[in-house]
Design a protein around this ligand. Structure first.
Ligand code: 2BA
Length: 109
């Protein structure tokens, strides 16, 4: 068994959620925040058999797309001036950041 942890953009989360349910996967959605943009994203926890991991990854790939996002300069006041970027920068936020972890035990009580 594996646990798939997928960080996706909020805009894609409903579509992915529906696709996973339709594909007979069980998933938990967590509201999360990206460390760099400090804006909301969604983290899916998907527990599944090893043999179904490729199918889950296909669904994630097909339902999440990358987008360019502008990062506005943020005042360093009260923060770390070393990380201050004085001009807006564009970053490409990926369709999904995915980790696949081995599961030692799965119990469902
Ligand atoms: P954020 O940390 O808000 O990052 C959003 C996007 O900003 C990233 O897209 C990347 O294009 C850019 N970025 C992040 N850190 C950067 C840096 N130090 N310098 C320049 N650009 C940077 P993605 O790589 O597609 O990541 C999307 C979200 O996935 C991230 O949101 C974070 O929530 C999660 N993520 C990405 N890599 C991760 C990792 N290794 N561990 C845990 N979470 C991760």
């Amino acid at each position: 068994m594996k646990l798939i942890v997928a960080v996706v953009q909020d805009q894609d989360s409903n579509r992915l959620s529906s696709a996973l349910t339709k594909g007979d996967f069980r998933a938990t959605k967590l509201a999360s925040t990206g460390g760099f943009l400090k804006s909301g994203n969604t983290t899916f926890l998907i527990g599944t058999d090893d043999s179904l991991v490729p199918k889950a990854l296909d669904l994630i790939r097909d339902n999440c797309r990358s987008r360019d996002q502008m990062v506005a300069p943020v005042s360093p006041m009260g923060g770390n001036a070393d990380s201050y970027i004085p001009y807006p920068v564009e970053v490409e936020v990926g369709g999904a950041t995915v980790f696949v972890l081995p599961i030692e035990q799965f119990r469902h009580f």
